[in-house]
Design a protein around this ligand. Structure first.
Ligand code: GCV
Length: 661
């Protein structure tokens, strides 16, 4: 079995259902993207039915097979949308552009291999989000920051790799609608600073060509201090003429050879990264300087909002890391150029298993916004634990911001429906590497696939996405069991790790495994503030005041312990251990019980998987089984460390008399 193809491994279909459709392809005209679409159909035809389709260049409507039609329909489906129709022996794919047709072809192949395409089928798909991006945190030595799937397939020993894998990767992306990829880490260091120079032009051109043939644009992360680090200047002040000239010359040269470059991603003034602050300039001044240079090329600047003081003093209870992004960026609403986009992490902290939605989302009315998720499971089990993140992402997208109207949700804001934005969309920190199955844990590929599918169509349910993915990756017989495992994985992970939205409690640095006080006594500002009486952070007006950043309805909801969702209770409030939750349990009993329940769910998952022996391929079966066994052990460790910590802090016995260390 070719696991390198992930959900695009077209398996033999003994039923022969779509063989006659895949035996001929009719289209008019040529383009590199249309060629990609035809190639994909040929690959599928060969693998599923052992046939080589006839490719007919014709203006006439065929009677059978697959008909690809560019630009010839009266539907407003936008440049990336498509329409599929199936009548008699003919499936027609319409797009206003060749990219629309390519997405339509992937849509047809997905339907053939999951839900089916009945006679009379008609379906229109228009992507919800204009920008649909993956951000890789790959370094040029081959390592990946927060990478859990092996080494980089872009870089090795300071070089850019051009390999077959890039093609496979690009096909996977196109099949789920990704249209932008940042290949290097936002923490730009060493050789990566030179990616914008002549030195790496040739391999980057190859990347750009492969990407373009699949409707994808190449982006790079920039080192804001590049004028100093490689340009020989003694400043990177964005208003300095020499600095501007340096960037202009460097990016002009880049665009002259790579005219398709999508643009650049920048982490500035964050966690030690350089930025405009050092020169008393604002983020807007810093970002617009670059925006102006790339604007004539249609380029964009993605400017991250992950800016906070990582040298906080625990005694200063008015300072709150959660408030930082909003405090920094709200005053600049409207000050950014048209082609500058602020990229905002989904929560105010850092991809914890449970966080409220960032109050910045929806709060800026005159600024382009992109939402940032993390598919890499940095804080959610590092791809050694199963943790299907689509349900979490859906909760974020469905959250009502109450910004412009009663019904506005995050998904409306980032799709550009709430405020007129020139650019908007969603990015995710990628979870791939050079492991043969792409994601280390075979089940983590559901997050890669799920991210693309969800942001293409935010109304898809987590179950629908999981089902599609299992059908295409494993087989129909395994659907119920694997979907059930995926759907309970995030709630289970949450239960056996940190309770009720407080987050962290991980080992500092690598962020794997339990360490309740790991971050409590350092300056990163990620406290749980547990003592023998209570725990949690008061973020109401009486506390850090963070809740003020939400629109009034949400502020009211979070301000009271009665209306605050219990899953976030400790994020917003300091709660005594004897406090009674809606279940009737005390907080401390909830902590004990949830940790036991979470581990029990993992044990069930292992049993479910074991029952699939013989139903799924032997190799992934064994790989997943091993990881589930580790997960069960490790979840047990989490349970014991967290429960013992709170038992010893409070000396309150478990009502159920279980063993607490
Ligand atoms: C790329 C967290 C991660 C860092 C990451 C940073 C960011 O702090 O632990 O590895 O750096 O977020 O998003 O910039």
């Amino acid at each position: 079995m070719n696991w390198e193809q992930a959900w695009l491994k077209y398996e033999q279909d003994e039923t022969g259902t779509y063989a006659s459709f895949l035996s001929s392809i009719t289209l008019k005209g040529h383009s590199e993207v249309l060629d990609t679409a035809v190639k994909e159909l040929q690959l599928a035809a060969a693998a599923m039915y052992g046939i080589i389709p006839h490719v007919n260049e014709s203006e006439k409507i065929p009677h059978e097979g697959i008909h690809l039609v560019v630009g010839d329909n009266d539907m407003a489906i936008g440049t990336e949308g498509y329409k599929i129709e199936s009548y008699g022996g003919l499936i027609t794919v319409y797009g206003e552009s060749d990219v629309g047709v390519l997405y339509g072809v992937f849509g047809v192949l997905r339907l053939m291999r999951s839900g089916g395409i009945p006679d009379g089928y008609q379906g229109v798909e228009i992507p919800d989000n204009p920008l649909r991006m993956l951000n890789h945190w790959d370094n040029m030595d081959g390592s990946i920051e927060r990478g859990y799937s092996g080494e980089s397939f872009f870089f090795k020993s300071g070089e850019v790799i051009v390999s077959e894998r890039i093609m496979d990767y690009t096909r996977l992306n196109a099949s789920i609608g990704i249209n932008g990829v940042v290949i290097n880490n936002v923490n730009v260091a060493g050789a990566a600073i030179d990616l914008i120079t002549e030195k790496y032009r040739e391999p980057l051109k190859t990347y750009s060509d492969i990407f373009r043939a699949h409707g994808i644009k190449l982006y790079l992360s920039l080192d804001y201090a590049a004028p100093m680090d490689i340009g020989g200047l003694d400043t990177c002040d964005p208003l300095d003429e020499q600095v501007i000239t340096w960037w202009q010359r460097t990016l002009d040269a880049l665009y002259s050879e790579l005219p398709d470059m999508g643009g650049f991603l920048i982490k500035a003034d964050s966690e030690g990264r350089p930025g405009p602050f050092s020169y008393g300039r604002t983020h807007a001044e810093g970002a617009n300087m670059l925006g102006k240079i790339v604007a004539p090329y249609g380029g964009i600047i993605l400017w991250r909002c992950f800016v906070y003081n990582c040298t906080q003093d625990w005694r200063d209870t008015t300072q709150d890391r959660a408030s930082a992004s909003y405090d920094h960026f709200i005053p600049l609403d409207g000050a950014f150029d048209d082609n500058v986009i602020l990229q905002i992490k989904n929560g105010p902290m850092d991809f914890q298993v449970r966080e409220p939605v960032s109050p910045l989302l929806g709060a800026m009315k005159a600024t382009n916004q992109v939402l940032e998720f993390q598919a890499a499971q940095e804080y959610t089990g590092q791809q050694r634990h199963v943790c299907y993140l689509v349900p979490m992402w859906k909760e974020v997208l469905d959250f009502r911001t109450h910004c412009a109207s009663e019904n506005d949700r995050v998904r409306d804001v980032v799709a550009g429906r709430t405020y007129a934005m020139k650019h908007s969309g969603i990015a995710a920190v990628a979870n791939t590497g050079n492991d043969s199955n792409w994601t280390g844990h075979d089940l983590a590929a559901a997050n890669y696939y799920g991210f693309g599918r969800l942001i293409w169509k935010t109304s898809l349910t987590s179950e629908e996405i999981a089902e599609e993915w299992v059908c295409q990756t494993f087989n129909r017989e395994a659907v119920d069991v694997i979907c059930n495992m995926l759907m309970k994985s995030w709630p289970a992970y949450e239960k056996y790790t940190s309770p009720l939205g407080i987050g962290w409690m991980v080992n500092p640095g690598h962020h794997y495994g339990p360490n309740v006080d790991g971050y409590e006594y350092d300056m990163f500002g990620t406290y749980h503030r547990a003592d023998h009486l209570a725990m949690g952070v008061d973020r109401t007006e009486a506390g850090t005041g963070y809740i003020d950043q939400y629109f009034p309805k949400n502020k009211r909801m979070y301000s009271s312990t009665v209306t605050c969702p219990e899953s976030l209770l400790l994020f917003f409030h300091r709660i005594p251990y004897s406090y009674q939750l809606s279940t009737g349990k005390t907080l401390i009993q909830h902590i004990y019980d949830a940790h036991y329940e979470g581990v029990e769910t993992v044990s069930e998952m292992l049993e479910q998987w074991t029952a699939l022996e013989g139903t799924v391929e032997a190799l992934p079966y064994m790989r997943v089984k091993k990881r589930l066994e580790h997960q069960l052990d490790h979840a047990g460790l989490w349970r014991d460390v967290v429960n013992s910590y709170f038992y010893r802090k409070t000396l309150i016995e478990d009502e159920k008399g279980r063993k607490l260390y």
